[in-house]
Design a binder for this molecule. Structure first.
Ligand SMILES: Nc1ncnc2c1ncn2[C@@H]1O[C@H](COP(=O)(O)OP(=O)(O)OP(=O)(O)O)[C@@H](O)[C@H]1O
Length: 348
């Protein structure tokens, strides 16, 4: 299968050149630093996810890597090269899928992809790529008439058709139906297996959780947390799960948190609204490994080492208060929980 051929320009892995290396990147618009000392490394043969709230600076960072923006300070290297000064060398080795598609609108989808493929020395098989991303159904449709999801798929195909060594995917599966999303994810996994460095920005936490070898969370223009998904989930000691309770509003949180195992001996800490990353929680208390919050009136989350004893302590305490929970569920922390803990729950 043509896709099993090594991508063009993939440096010998033994050289250890990262796909992307960013050190202290600063980018200002009208004097305001929207990227403010950002550093990260993305490896070849790995998927690196860059997560962050709206306006955090992800796209600007990726655009600096693509040579579309010039940094105000710091260094950006893609395959060891400068994206602006070495643009000619990098162009055939880097695939870019922009957030807005960036496609010419007047041409038919199939023609566009064949045209892009013809610009590369050793392109992928256009038919095979079209088939696997389901482009055939709209190959004769002009780009301007494509739906959002179809345009995304075409943009992805155009980004990878030249067998790049590094691919930047800005929200690749945004607006796609579940079938297309799966096809995209399979393609990303295959790129990684072929040794390609994939840098992905996404708001889909399940996408990052499923695909990413390394995650960087960006806020206010710099990286606030990095690691594998597993490392990020384990980062808060003891924060292994949550209990969610729906009951009457205004329960006595200090008393509830004290009723939990390992919290009784610990000092109680009242968390300010935005503190602890709880954002708009109307009230929150912490003791020992536990954080208990009333996240909306009558809805409580208890985050900590959830085990049978902890669950029994919750129901026993509710019974002691004469409170019947409308619902009670347990869950493992997800990447979304970690993301909200790190960046808060307020809208950007
Ligand atoms: N060309 C520009 N001129 C002025 N300000 C800009 C420009 N491009 C982006 N910005 C601002 O820079 C900030 C960061 O934008 P950026 O697109 O990098 O964020 P993002 O993390 O990708 O956000 P999103 O998740 O919404 O795509 C935003 O406040 C945005 O308004």
């Amino acid at each position: 299968m043509p896709s099993s051929l090594a991508p063009a320009g993939v440096p010998d892995a033994s050289t250890g050149v990262p796909a992307v290396e960013i050190r202290g990147l600063v980018k200002r618009y009208d004097g305001r630093a929207v990227v403010d000392g950002l550093s990260l490394v993305a490896r070849q043969g790995a998927v690196t996810a860059v997560l962050g709230p709206n306006g955090a600076g992800k796209t600007t960072t990726v655009e600096c890597c693509e040579g579309l923006r010039t940094p105000d300070a710091g260094t950006v290297r893609v395959l060891g090269l400068d994206p602006v000064a070495d643009a000619r060398d990098l162009r055939p080795r880097v695939g870019v899928m922009l957030q807005d598609g960036g496609l010419p609108t007047g041409v038919r989808a199939g023609e566009m992809l064949r045209h892009v493929a013809a610009m590369y020395a050793r392109p992928r098989d256009v038919r095979e790529l079209g088939e696997r991303l389901g482009l055939d159904a709209f190959a004769r449709t002009t780009v301007r008439r494509l739906s959002g999801g179809q345009r995304q798929r075409l943009a992805l195909a155009a980004a990878v058709v030249g067998r790049p060594a590094v691919v930047f995917l800005d929200e690749p599966s945004a607006g796609m139906d579940p079938q297309s999303r799966r096809a995209v994810w399979d393609l990303v996994r295959e790129l990684r297996a072929d040794g390609v460095g994939v840098v992905l920005t996404t708001h889909l936490m399940d996408e990052a959780q499923d695909l990413a070898d390394q995650v960087h969370v960006v806020d206010h223009g710099h990286v606030i947390a990095s690691g594998t998904v597993r490392e990020l989930l384990a980062d808060r000691p003891g924060a292994s799960g949550t209990v969610r309770v729906e009951a009457s509003p205004g329960l006595d949180l200090p008393a509830l948190v004290r009723a939990l195992p390992q919290a009784r001996e610990a000092a109680l800490v009242t968390l300010p609204d935005a503190g602890g990353g709880l954002g708009t929680a109307s009230a929150a208390e912490a003791a020992g490994p536990w954080v208990v919050a009333e996240v909306e009136p009558g809805v409580y989350t208890l985050t900590g080492p959830v085990d049978p004893q902890a669950l029994a302590a919750v129901t026993e305490w509710l019974a002691g208060q004469g409170v019947l929970a409308r619902s009670l569920s347990t869950g493992q922390r997800t990447l979304e929980d970690v993301f909200l803990d790190l960046t808060g729950r307020h809208l950007r």
